[in-house]
Design a protein around this ligand. Structure first.
Ligand SMILES: [Zn+2]
Length: 511
């Protein structure tokens, strides 16, 4: 049996349960493709029975991926299992993840089921799923707060019914490494089986122990780790998969087993998800934070210059942090620009390159030195706009009086239809946002507004993030531009575009 540590990514399922995170259909597809490139073994693409949107994106991801297994989540409910079957049937490797809560608090307060009823449900639904899937994964939700003898009984029932992957969720982030590791050891010692069973860890970071708990599971025989990029997820988030992958790599002397992750794609994957989620990675975040490889103190800098290994246990290149020294400028030509794109790892076709070069010239006219970060922002911004459902055609602002501003906004949809409206407000942003609300004819509440400078200097490009509430649904938008007002306008239009009236099942999304 293959003994590498499998990486099960749930960025699109558990990760999307992060408050305010709402990936669009296109973003989900892009993330899935990038995760395949990064080398994850399984992608949990969604919870198909929960909404039409989730069903459709699981279906599209199943069709798009060629090597990575695609998994859908299901409660112990037949229609959930049917939905996963329908949504994943075109996948190269379709998978299902069936779960039911097993802890006393969940049995008594949420499910209102006795132990016997829980056991009967596991038997019935794992067997049912096994009719459709070669590989069935079962999770006893809130496993770490489940009485150990009952947990063993649940797992034995699932294994007898045909489950070949047993995932142990620390659903509320309650466990600590020694305790969590011992659960894995006990299960492997106790479960009787005539087929191979893989044990999998799924941790939450409420006490900051998600990665440590996952590593303890590996030390105790787990062969699969579930988590998300950048550790995004409900509350304090999930296990940060990039930390697990690098932990196993850097300390292979201890852990032995490796993942199949393509480490050089780590930074790019993290960046993509941070951008689509609208959640900036903290600067000091391990592996992917902006400061993860910078040295401030003189002694450290001196050491690193003499020999990087004095203070670096891994290089930035290992995880795909790409930088080149020389900035471009006004006089840089097509050739220099093209060379720079290659050096930064972009594979752009000649036509796109022509359009990008024009944009680059505009930036070079405004900025003396066009740095690597400017180029990254340029490409990301352009890509972002190409995929936008609505484009901002015109934004006009006028000072009225007494601090009042008026704004005229014209937007264009993908079929070329334009809509426009105008409004006044107590400042430019308020005026712009009122005008956009009028275009979409919706009542909104602004939850969050944030400007990040993507690049260095006072002439930096701005990245504006907004979060708005429409009919109790929180949606986010991002806009990148040199002009802060235009970036603000773009981000707000994107948030409106992301609003979809959809229904989600109320219970049980919290495995
Ligand atoms: Zn979870």
């Amino acid at each position: 049996m293959n003994s590498h540590i499998q990486i099960f990514d749930t960025t699109l399922r558990d990760g999307e349960q992060t408050p305010g995170v709402n990936f669009s259909f296109d973003e989900r597809l892009k993330i899935a493709k990038q995760l395949e490139k990064w080398g994850v073994d399984i992608i949990e693409a969604g919870f198909p029975a929960s909404s039409t949107g989730s069903f459709k994106s699981v279906e599209a991801i199943s069709q798009a991926l060629t090597t990575t297994a695609v998994c859908g989540l299901a409660r112990c409910v037949k229609k959930d299992i049917d939905a996963v079957y329908e949504a994943t049937k075109s996948a190269a490797k379709p998978r299902i993840h069936v779960f039911i809560a097993t802890s006393p608090i969940h049995r008594d307060s949420k499910l209102l089921m006795s132990k016997e009823q829980v056991i009967a449900s596991i038997k019935e639904h794992v067997s049912y799923a096994k009719n459709y899937f070669d590989v069935v994964q079962f999770s006893p939700e809130d496993a770490t707060r489940t009485e150990l003898p009952f947990l063993i009984e649940c797992v034995q029932t699932a294994v007898d019914a045909g489950a070949s992957v047993i995932n142990i969720p620390d659903t509320v982030g309650f466990s600590y490494p020694k305790e969590y590791g011992e659960i894995f050891k006990t299960l492997q010692d106790s479960i009787k089986t005539d087929h191979d069973v893989i044990y999998s860890a799924h941790c939450h970071d409420d006490l900051g122990l998600a990665v440590a708990n996952s590593m303890a599971a590996i030390e105790n025989g787990a062969k699969r780790i579930e988590g998300t990029l950048n550790g995004i997820g409900e509350r304090a988030g999930n296990t940060a998969l990039e930390e697990v992958a690098l932990g196993l790599y850097v300390r292979q002397d201890h852990y032995g087993n490796q993942t199949k992750i393509n480490l050089a794609e780590t930074k790019q994957t993290s960046d993509l998800i941070a951008r689509f989620a609208g959640l900036r990675v903290p600067r000091n975040k391990a592996i992917v934070g902006q400061n993860a490889f910078s040295h401030e103190s003189g002694i450290h800098q001196d050491g690193v210059l003499k020999n990087p290994e004095t203070y670096e246990i891994m290089t930035p290149q290992l995880v795909g942090v790409k930088t080149t020294e020389l900035p471009l400028g006004k006089l840089s030509g097509k050739h220099a620009f093209s060379e720079k794109l290659i050096a930064l790892g972009y594979d752009v076709n000649p036509e796109e390159q022509k359009a990008l070069f024009k944009q680059f010239k505009i930036i070079a006219d405004k900025k003396k030195a066009v740095t690597d970060r400017d180029i990254h922002a340029l490409i990301q911004g352009t890509e972002h706009e190409q995929n936008a459902i609505y484009k901002v055609e015109t934004l006009q602002l006028q000072f009225v009086s007494n601090g009042l501003q008026s704004a005229v906004v014209v937007i264009k949809d993908q079929d070329g239809n334009t809509s426009q409206d105008s409004s006044i407000g107590t400042g430019s942003i308020v005026a712009i946002y009122n005008a956009i609300d009028r275009i979409f004819n919706r009542e909104t509440e602004l939850i969050d507004y944030r400007i990040d400078s993507v690049t260095e200097g006072t002439d930096a490009q701005a990245e504006v993030h907004v979060q708005i509430k429409i009919n109790d649904q929180i949606v986010t938008g991002v806009g990148i531009d040199h002009d802060i007002l235009l970036a603000s306008c773009k981000s707000y239009v994107e948030a409106h575009a992301k609003y979809v009236a959809h229904s989600t099942t109320e219970e049980g999304m919290h495995s």
